[in-house]
Design a protein around this ligand. Structure first.
Ligand code: NAD
Length: 460
């Protein structure tokens, strides 16, 4: 079957009304949940093969994450789908107005390799909940997970309305040439531009979940050891290949010194004296990424790590201090286990460094000072802000997850996913009697003119 035929079949299923009943949507969510629970070992094995991801971490950040998203959605879906009444201006009374969520149609989900289960299936939860037919395109750079998806999804989900297409650039290019009702893309900004350019041909709405450099600001009002533990966890999970991982730290010289020492002991606690032998520490996804990261290690002073092994694509958790602002490691998203600490003069300097870069996907602040937190919150723009904790905001289903500017547009998780994969249709219902509309019909008289001027003031 050609890709075009696959998309046509999905459209036929959607047009038949198959995906619209709440009962179908809930049954699909339940089936997806069953797949994740019953086939957890298959996904854990695939993640181990693709990224050396520890099975417990796979449960926390991939499989269990999606199960949580399903449970939250299934619990609230009926309420989220209820028409929402909005008030009607006096001049239009009597009438009723409401917002009705309807599915968009056939949607394409393109996922990256770094959390290949979560980032393919969490969007699927929202797309199914909203009543769409869905085509899933897993990343070719996580081949074991991609194969598991292609094998298992059709066994559990309704194959008339959910398809998996494996492949790389060629297949994705062909998919992007089809007509979609929404494209949900997670990955880098370069491909994000290709996706947006393809979507514009059919005026297809897109959600772009992109990346970028997510900064951390640490000052001397906090418990540095506690902050270091949180930063080390958020940064080195999945060997730093996390879109919301702390990318770099901004701190004064005195804080930098203390933080670097604290990070060294935090890393010892997480991964032992030699992280190469830890079953909890991941590997770099492929040789190209390995080479790129190995080229970023030579900046400032290496406090911890710096060790690499090309054969196993191992890069030790690495902390660099006194990193110049123009170092290579400070130019692009790192997306690996290298944490540069850049010395700043203080808060003003930190804010100006943050503002000089693209709007980040996330920004983290470790400060006990409410005034400092407030200044960063109001003077900078980012997809999200974490005070005292990195990455964890994405586990709060009520928070929109997404970027701004170069870090993306649109958001999802929980009810935000439903919003993303629905059209919010405006519905106005007005009975034919009494016919107050007559007051504004031609022929226009002085009395109607006076009424209209008053009416405009009321509507305004
Ligand atoms: P990737 O290489 O797996 O690419 C993502 C998808 O794009 C894949 O499915 C791939 O097949 C497709 N693709 C690649 N080249 C293409 C092309 N020329 N035309 C059409 N499709 C193409 O993953 P990646 O982009 O390396 O992922 C890493 C990036 O994703 C980082 O920048 C990271 O910050 C970002 N990211 C963002 C989020 C988020 O939720 N905002 C989550 C994870 C990763």
């Amino acid at each position: 079957m050609t890709l075009a035929q696959t998309v046509e079949d999905l459209r036929r299923s959607y047009d038949s009304g198959l995906t619209k009943p709440l009962s179908w949507r809930l049954a699909q969510l339940a089936a997806l949940r069953r797949m994740l629970v019953e086939r957890a070992p298959d996904f854990e094995d695939a993640l181990l093969a693709d990224l050396a991801k520890n099975p417990t971490e796979s449960q926390i950040a991939e499989i269990g994450f999606v199960v949580g998203e399903i449970d939250h959605t299934a619990k609230h879906l009926r309420r989220w789908l209820r028409p929402r009444r909005v008030s009607v201006p006096g001049a239009l009374m009597p009438a009723r107005a409401s917002v009705v969520r309807e599915p968009l149609g056939v949607v394409l989900v393109i996922a990256p390799w770094n959390y290949p289960v979560q980032l393919l299936l969490a969007p699927l939860v929202g797309a199914l909940a909203a009543g769409n037919a869905v085509l899933l395109k897993p990343s070719e750079l996580a081949p074991a997970t991609s194969a598991a998806m292609a094998r298992l999804v059709p066994q559990y989900l309704d194959p008339r309305a959910v398809s998996v297409v494996e492949g790389g650039v060629a297949e994705t290019t062909e998919l992007l040439a089809q007509r979609w009702d929404h494209i949900f893309y997670t990955g880098n900004g370069r491909v994000g531009r290709i996706v947006a350019a393809a979507a514009v041909q059919n005026l297809t709405p897109v959600t772009l979940e992109l990346g970028g450099k997510s900064p951390v600001y640490v000052d001397d009002t906090v418990d540095i050891a506690a902050a270091a533990e949180r930063i080390a966890w958020g940064k080195f999970m999945n060997a730093g290949q996390t879109c919301v991982a702390p990318d770099y730290v901004l701190a004064t010289a005195a804080v930098s010194r203390r933080l670097a020492e604290a990070l060294e002991s935090a890393l010892g606690a997480l991964y032992g004296a030699d992280p190469a032998t830890s079953p909890d520490y991941g590997r770099i996804v492929d040789a190209r990424q390995f080479e790129r990261l190995a080229g970023l290690l030579d900046a400032g002073t290496t406090v911890v790590g710096g060790v690499t092994d090309p054969a196993s694509r191992y890069i030790a958790p690495t902390v660099l201090t006194d990193v110049p602002r123009d170092a290579a490691v400070m130019q692009e998203e790192i997306f690996g286990p290298v944490l540069p600490i850049v010395t700043v003069a203080g808060l003003d300097d930190a804010i100006s460094v943050i503002k000089a870069g693209d709007k980040p996907l996330a920004l983290y602040v470790f400060s006990a000072s409410a005034a400092v937190r407030k200044r960063i919150l109001t003077e900078t723009s980012s997809g999200a802000v974490g005070f005292g904790v990195p990455a964890a905001h994405l586990a709060v289903a009520g928070l929109p997850f997404g970027g701004v500017g170069e870090s993306g547009s649109g958001s999802y998780h929980g009810e935000n996913s439903l919003r993303t994969f629905s059209h919010e249709k405006a519905v106005l219902t007005k009975s034919l009697k009494p016919d107050t509309m007559k007051l504004i019909y031609p022929p226009y008289t002085d009395a109607k003119d006076r009424f209209a001027r008053g009416l405009l003031r009321k509507l305004g």
